[in-house]
Structures are given as C-alpha cells and as structure tokens.
Design a protein around this ligand. Structure first.
Ligand SMILES: Nc1nc2c(ncn2[C@@H]2O[C@H](COP(=O)(O)OP(=O)(O)O)[C@@H](O)[C@H]2O)c(=O)[nH]1
Ligand SMILES: [Mg+2]
Length: 380
C-alpha cells in the first residue's frame, strides 16, 4: 500500500550508506598507509591512549583507563597488554571512526524532500522529515559499516513516527463510556462529494456490528439526487436501521430523529451521512453547522480521498476551520500508490487518521495505527 514511500526511504538509506562507506574506504586507505609506516609498539600505545576517548568518556572513566594503561593491573592484563592484530585494527578504526557531518547528507536529504513532494507529501511534512533525520544523524559516530544503514533507518523511522503520532480517540472506548450514561455515540461524517462518505458509513457500521455494537444511520444527505436511495440500499444490505426523510428536507431534523431513535432503542452509534459539499460552499457549510448545533456530535470525522493527495489535506484543513473535525478517514488507500496524504494529513491538521478505506466492499476498512504504517514502510 505504501510501496512508493517504502522505495523512497530505502533509496535514501542506501544513498547515505553508500556515500559514507565510500568515505570510510578512503579513510581506511589513508590509515593503512599510515600503519605501514608506524611501528607496532607506537600504534598500540596510541590506540590505548585514553585522551583520544575523552570525547565520549567522563573524567572518571578517563582516569580509570589511565590507571589501567599506566599500572597495568587490570584483570585482563595479559590480553590488554599486547593487543592482537585484530584488536589493533579494531582500535584503529575506532580512533578514526567517522562522524556524520551535515555535508555528507544534505544533498541526499534534499533529494528525499523533492521525491516526497512529488509523492504528494505536504511541504511541511517533507521538510520536517528531512530536518528530523538531519538532527538525528549529524554528529553520530560510525564505528562499523552497518552503523550508517541502521542509524539512517532508525532516524527515518523516528521521523515518520513523530509525524504520524497524533493523539487519537478509540471509538470503542467512547461507546463503552457513553453506554454507562445511556447515550449513543454520535458521529457525523463530512467531506466533499465522491470521497466515499456513504460507503464509509456502511463500512463503519459493519465494523462495529462485528464488535457487537448496534448502529443506526441518519440519511442526512437530503441534497444530492439518489443519495437517500444509495444509503438505504447499503443499510438494507448490512441490516442496519436507517432514519430518513424525503429529499430536500432538513438534514439536521433527520439527524435529530436518528439520535432519538438510538436513545429510545438503546443503540450504541448514530452515523450521520451528510451531503458532499465543497469547502467553499457557504450555504452547505452553514447547513452542516446546523446539524452540529442540533445533535452535538461526539465526533466529526472528515472523509478524504487518498488519491487526491494534497487536496485531501487542504480540504481537511478547510473543514476543520469550518466545523472542527476530530479525526480523518482516508478512503481509496487501496488505489493510492503514493501514500502522501496518509503520511501528511494527520500532522498538518493535528488530527488523527482513524481508519483507512481499502476497497469497495463493506469489510474493506482497517483501523489506522501509526506503528502499523511505520511497519508497512520499513518492514521486510
Ligand atoms: N477503491 C475504493 N473505492 C472506494 C472506497 N471508498 C469509497 N469508494 C468508492 O468511491 C465512490 C464514491 O463513494 P460514495 O460513498 O458515494 O462517496 P460520497 O459522495 O462521499 O458519499 C464509490 O464508487 C465507492 O465505491 C475505498 O476505500 N476504495
Ligand atoms: Mg454520499
């Protein structure tokens, strides 16, 4: 699902490793020439010189090492006195181990930033990833060749985890909380036309039915031709009660009736469909605000089409400004090769992605967890 992101990040890991390994090799060549000229005894002394470790040691450790080197009373005295050839080369590489500098990675991170932008990742997210990786890597010491690969992978993983980690509300927990008060959880779905709100409501209903919760659907898209028929069709198929009025009626009144029904019947969830509206359509936005005022939803979920990339992010921002959203469902993740909106949307509006739509059938929905996405991108 996130193949393209996976490729981009593994490309970056490869490039940084290659570049630093090449420098390592160069440095090694210089060292080898140096070692040839320096007698063994001198090399060994230099290797054990604690001053060289000062950078990473506390004063105490340095002193300790001085005593060991000076009095030669260490328990491992015999082995430590005369380092083997292997140890010498290990110590040598430790001494001249490379520290990653900004210069080493700047170009590669810039390339990554550009590649991410092309992959529909929001500008601020691409920048944040590059900066976070840079901060993580610059100044790190490479002792072994594999270190670069590991460090870079870790740095990228951390950057992505930070981006994706937005406080999230578990709907199941919310249902249980509300049940105690004898109240249903009211969820209103918003977003522009065609993103998949109606389909998603049918999927969410199915998802919670499987968990033994009881939903009711409010057909509050009274605006678009065929909308009531479409959602009635879904509700019938999955066996969920639907509350509907006739086309053109007040959507807030439909939502209100659905809440009343849920209260009377002890149902757990009210799922309110709304008409797709452009974020620029003031009248329809006002209508949405009215539904909000009337039923006071517990959650307003923005439904965005992953295929629209940055547009989905911008729409989410506008809807958040207009009515305030609590979370996001990205649909059509199955068809989205880029993955940019999934990576960006939560960070940009500081609201969690709750679910991903992954196909056209009622069960094609998965709960979104940041760690899962990180695993998709960096797992084997
Ligand atoms: N491939 C795919 N198609 C989806 C997904 N969710 C919705 N769709 C399709 O998107 C189209 C529009 O969906 P609809 O629910 O009517 O959108 P609405 O206008 O926002 O209510 C329909 O053809 C759906 O089958 C999804 O996760 N994956
Ligand atoms: Mg619809």
């Amino acid at each position: 699902m996130f193949e393209s992101l996976k490729k981009k990040f593994s490309g970056t890991i490869g490039k940084i490793s290659d570049k630093i390994s090449k420098e390592e090799e160069e440095a090694q060549k210089t060292d080898e020439t140096l070692t040839e000229k320096v007698p063994d005894e001198v090399t060994a002394k230099t290797d054990l010189n604690p001053v060289l470790e000062k950078e990473t040691s506390t004063e105490g450790t340095v002193k300790e090492k001085e005593t060991i080197a000076g009095t030669e009373t260490s328990e491992n005295q015999e082995t430590e006195l005369e380092p083997s050839e292997e140890e010498k080369s290990g110590l040598l590489s430790f001494i001249r181990h490379k520290t990653i500098s900004e210069k080493d990675i700047d170009d590669i991170l810039f390339e990554l930033e550009m590649a991410l932008l092309e992959g529909d990742v929001a500008l601020e997210v691409a920048e944040q990833i590059a900066n976070s990786v840079k901060q993580d890597l610059v100044g790190r010491k490479i002792k072994r060749r594999n270190d670069v690969t590991e460090f870079t992978k870790e740095a990228l993983k951390n950057a992505i985890s930070e981006i994706l980690n937005v406080d999230s509300q578990d709907i199941g927990d919310l249902i249980l909380e509300k049940r105690k008060q004898g109240e249903p959880v009211k969820i209103m779905f918003v977003g522009i036309n065609g993103t998949g709100k109606t389909t998603t409501i049918a999927k969410i209903a199915t998802f919670f039915i499987e968990k033994n919760y009881t939903p009711v659907i409010a057909a509050s898209d009274t605006f678009r031709a065929g909308a009531i028929e479409q959602i009635t069709h879904h509700a019938d198929k999955i066996g969920v009660k639907i509350i509907k009025h006739k086309k053109g009626s007040d959507p807030a009144a439909v939502a209100y009736d659905a809440v009343e029904h849920a209260k009377a019947q002890g149902k757990d969830l009210v799922l309110v469909d709304t008409a797709g509206r452009m974020q620029t359509n003031i009248n329809l936005m006002d209508e949405m605000k009215k539904i909000k005022r009337v039923i006071k939803p517990d959650l307003i979920i923005f439904v965005g089409d992953a295929l629209t990339g940055n547009d989905a992010v911008e729409q989410a921002r506008k809807f958040d400004d207009a009515v305030g959203i609590d979370g996001v469902i990205l649909t059509k993740a199955d068809a989205d090769a880029k993955g940019g909106s999934a990576l960006s949307i939560g960070y940009v509006i500081n609201k969690p992605i709750l679910f991903l739509g992954t196909g056209q059938s009622y069960t094609d929905i998965i709960e979104f967890h940041p760690n899962w996405m990180v695993e998709q991108i960096f797992g084997e």
